[in-house]
Ligand binder design. Structure first.
Ligand code: UGA
Length: 415
């Protein structure tokens, strides 16, 4: 199939690369010319396992000109969405991209489907994307089709998740639109759910909200366990044996970060409030999460005075397998340590460059040199941390690194 992908952020680049790998002719459109050049040279603009390899194998043509979609049968909108102050998703980028697509639609003769992949609030595709496209003078359902098909990629294993989806959601304006996407996914061995546009949008937000709820739940149980001298990991393991609960996403720790769970949860809270409903469970999930990372600093203060102490940080990314530091626990922790007068040394295998841009005052060193501090905080569970010798250290662990339990003084954040 001839496919255009608008936006070469996380979802766009993975979608484009994987669809090209599956034999489709993919064009990528992005206003960021530097990113486009990187991709055209066969390199990935982000760190993601397996992505560089695919980009070297396939040919994706990138550019900034929307005329490229003239030849496409399917156009994916994968532009980033940012949050407004109230947490609601700003649709500015989606609207901008849609306007540009509409310009090309004016002169495009053959039928094509425009599919939103960016995470948007329920109603956005119907209320903003469809009317904007129709400003071209063409009619949805007749001259062009519209779909909303959310992605469920986890950073660090996004290529795997794209190729092996737990489910494919096809939100469709009409059957003809959905049939085009169905054809694209026909060889995927996964359940396909066909539904309307706003239900597809809600499925994405509800799925992320549920995952976030599971995490704040187990962290709260962990916070209670800590006071009772109970190991929450033992509790979670036994809970997870019940299939209705499941054993995934029950690793207690410093809370959830990243660009998706916090943003999507806030977006659902904001939408709900706009509708006059106070979403108490979702608000509590956010509240528990907001406090969780800084518990590490609280525990540390029981052992040392921060003023003039050197604190070592192991892990800066919001989780292992990525260089993404958005909403990472490390950001909150480092900011507080610096504010309270501590000196900070840090190590991460891939996220240092991103972190340095925000925290140039931190000393970036090897993981062994991090251990040479007054105390060590474990913030991301990179497997390599299990090979370090913690025996003579004071360690506050936010991620349950087993080797760290051998430390001279060891405290888990909620175990
Ligand atoms: C999340 C969802 O897992 C994906 O399904 C979804 O497609 C994606 O958002 C998105 O909306 O694009 P991601 O943000 O990559 O994926 O990260 P997760 O693996 O969900 O981890 C989120 C946070 O929860 C991380 O900070 C991680 O350390 C934390 N976490 C996760 C735990 O603390 N414990 C766990 O057991 C699992």
């Amino acid at each position: 199939m001839r496919i255009s992908v608008i936006g070469s952020g996380y979802v766009g680049i993975v979608t484009g690369a994987c669809l090209a790998k599956l034999g489709n002719k993919v064009t990528l459109i992005d206003v960021d010319e530097q990113k486009v050049e990187t991709i055209n040279n066969g390199n990935s603009p982000i760190y993601e396992e397996g992505l560089d390899e695919i980009l070297r194998q396939v040919h994706i043509e990138g550019g900034s000109d929307y005329q490229r979609i003239m030849d496409s049968e399917l156009v994916f909108i994968c532009v980033g969405t940012v949050s407004n102050r109230d947490g609601a998703i700003s649709l500015d980028h989606v609207e901008q991209a849609t306007k540009q697509i509409a310009e090309v639609l004016k002169r495009k003769e053959d039928y094509c489907v425009i599919c939103v992949k960016s995470t948007v609030t329920p109603g956005a595709t119907e209320e903003i994307v469809v009317p904007t496209l129709e400003k071209s003078g063409k009619r949805a359902g007749t001259d062009f089709g519209v779909c909303m098909s959310p992605e469920f990629l986890s950073e660090g294993k996004a290529v795997h998740d794209f190729m092996n989806p737990a489910r494919v959601i096809i939100g469709e304006y009409d059957k003809r639109s959905g049939d085009v996407l169905l054809n694209l996914y026909k060889n995927f061995n996964s359940p396909i759910v066909r539904t309307n546009l706003r239900t597809a949008e809600m499925i994405k937000l509800a799925a992320n909200a549920f995952l976030a709820t599971k995490l704040s739940f187990i962290n709260e149980i962990g916070n209670i366990c800590k006071k009772l001298d109970i190991d929450v990991y033992e509790v979670a393991e036994a809970m997870g044996l019940d299939e209705r609960i499941g054993n995934k996403f029950l690793n207690a720790g410093i809370g959830f970060g990243g660009s998706c769970l916090p943003k999507d949860l806030k977006a659902l809270v904001a939408k709900s409030r706009q509708l006059g409903y106070e979403p108490r469970i979702l608000e509590a999930v956010l509240n528990v999460n907001d406090k969780q990372a800084l518990k590490l600093v609280g525990l540390l203060k029981k052992h040392i005075t921060l003023q003039s102490a050197t604190v070592g940080i192991l892990g800066l990314a919001f989780k292992p397998g990525t260089d993404d530091i958005r909403e990472s626990g490390a950001m909150k922790i480092v900011q507080t340590l610096l504010q309270e007068g501590a000196k900070v040394k840090a190590y991460d295998p891939v996220a240092v460059e991103n972190f340095r841009k925000l925290f140039p005052q931190v000393e970036y060193v090897t993981k062994e040199a991090v251990l040479d501090s007054d105390a060590v905080l474990i913030v991301t569970e990179w497997p390599e941390f299990n090979k370090l010798d913690f025996t003579r250290k004071l360690v506050i662990d936010g991620r349950r690194i087993l080797e760290a339990k051998k430390a001279r003084i060891y405290e888990g954040v909620c175990w």
